[in-house]
Design a protein around this ligand. Structure first.
Ligand SMILES: C[S@@+](CC[C@H](N)C(=O)[O-])C[C@H]1O[C@@H](n2cnc3c(N)ncnc32)[C@H](O)[C@@H]1O
Length: 343
């Protein structure tokens, strides 16, 4: 047998055609397949009809979802019944509290098409999203449209829920009383910390258009006595003071000067022995393993241009430079970790 016969190109082809699998899942979320099924089992024709689909594609579409392990199929042929997998029933039924599909909705509506301009992004170093032509700051552009603001908030909930829940579980809050989550979006991190650690008082700090959304979710979770939304601009004013300052996927949105500004602002807002926590898809120090973190950094190129993700070693260096005494890395979930800097 020759060497070329032994070699197998299937991984190259699988990744090369990764957009097929991606688009099948994103479209299933867009069409609400998993919510329509919820806890029921339906035949392909019943499900296709409920979704308003043309008969041509339904068997290929649903069976691809079976082959990708997002649906179960009981039986074969026309009478077979489709149902959610355990994972999709929990995470992709939008009526369930564990729904994380918001990030996939945004990936489908925005990122999928912007990523087709990865080549131009790499050649120019410039963003390829809505601001490609408008030149407006990214959040101003994104929040100019209420629907897009809501979509972005849903996306943040989807991508961060598991990481923030792991942080609320794994971090030792016993020594601390107050927390300020900077760029807190819907207040998710503060809400999860307040629910898990009733002694904590939390502030969720973000831009003014976000406050009504945070307020709604804080009321929804019944933690209004322990979580306060505060509006402000983290480049235009000092951060609210607290024992713990958290930033979830904030530093990666900015260039190095702005990252360092935010780290210094956190240092100033903390008391002696306070702690600064950055929750990010921290890239491994050798930049060989965390493919999701590395691609998140490419996503920051697409979204902002000069923004980038970083390693735990980078975080440590910037925090020590800002005056923190010591830095630890705590793994949270999947590709996500917390960089923890002690004042
Ligand atoms: C990538 S999102 C992260 C949201 C949330 N921390 C998470 O990890 O799910 C960035 C957040 O920073 C907020 N933000 C952007 N610029 C800001 C500024 N100048 N002042 C305060 N918040 C800002 C945005 O509104 C948004 O909620």
């Amino acid at each position: 047998m020759t060497t070329s016969q032994l070699k197998d190109p299937s991984r190259i082809l699988e990744v090369g055609f990764g957009f097929w699998a991606s688009k099948v899942l994103l479209t299933a979320v867009e069409l609400d397949v998993f919510t329509k099924l919820s806890d029921r089992a339906l035949t392909g024709e019943e499900l296709g009809q409920e979704l308003g689909l043309h008969p041509r594609g339904i068997w290929d579409f649903f069976d691809t979802l079976v082959a990708l392990r997002f649906l179960h199929r009981d039986g074969d042929g026309r009478g077979a019944r489709y149902s959610n997998s355990e994972e999709t029933a929990h995470f992709l039924d939008r009526r369930k509290p564990g729904y994380v599909g918001g990030i996939l909705e945004m990936a489908n509506a925005r990122l999928f098409r912007f990523w087709s301009d990865l080549g131009p992004a790499l050649k120019t170093g410039k963003p390829q999203n809505e601001i490609k032509h408008s030149q407006k700051p990214m959040f101003e552009e994104l929040y100019a449209d209420v629907e897009r603001l809501e979509q972005f908030m849903g996306a943040m909930t989807g991508v961060s829920r598991g990481n923030f829940a792991a942080f609320a579980e794994k971090f030792d809050f016993a020594k601390y009383r107050t927390l300020c989550d900077v760029g807190g979006a819907t207040g998710l991190l503060s809400r999860l910390v307040a629910l898990r650690h009733p002694h904590m008082r939390c502030t969720s700090f973000d831009l003014p258009p976000v406050e009504p959304i945070a307020r709604k979710w804080i009321e929804h979770d019944g933690v209004g006595d322990r979580v306060t939304p505060v509006s402000g601009d983290f480049f235009g004013q000092p951060l609210p003071k607290a024992d713990v300052i958290t930033m979830g996927m904030i530093l990666h949105d900015w260039n190095l000067d702005n990252k360092k500004h935010l780290i210094r602002a956190a240092h100033e807002a903390l008391p002696e022995n306070g702690v600064f926590v950055a929750i990010e898809n921290l890239i491994d120090d050798a930049r060989r393993e965390n493919a999701f973190g590395l691609m998140m950094s490419l996503n920051m190129l697409i979204e902002f241009g000069d923004a980038f993700d970083f390693t735990g070693a980078d975080f440590r260096e910037w925090c020590l430079e800002a005056g923190f005494r010591r830095v630890e890395i705590l793994h949270l979930a999947g590709p996500c970790s917390a960089g923890i800097a002690y004042k």
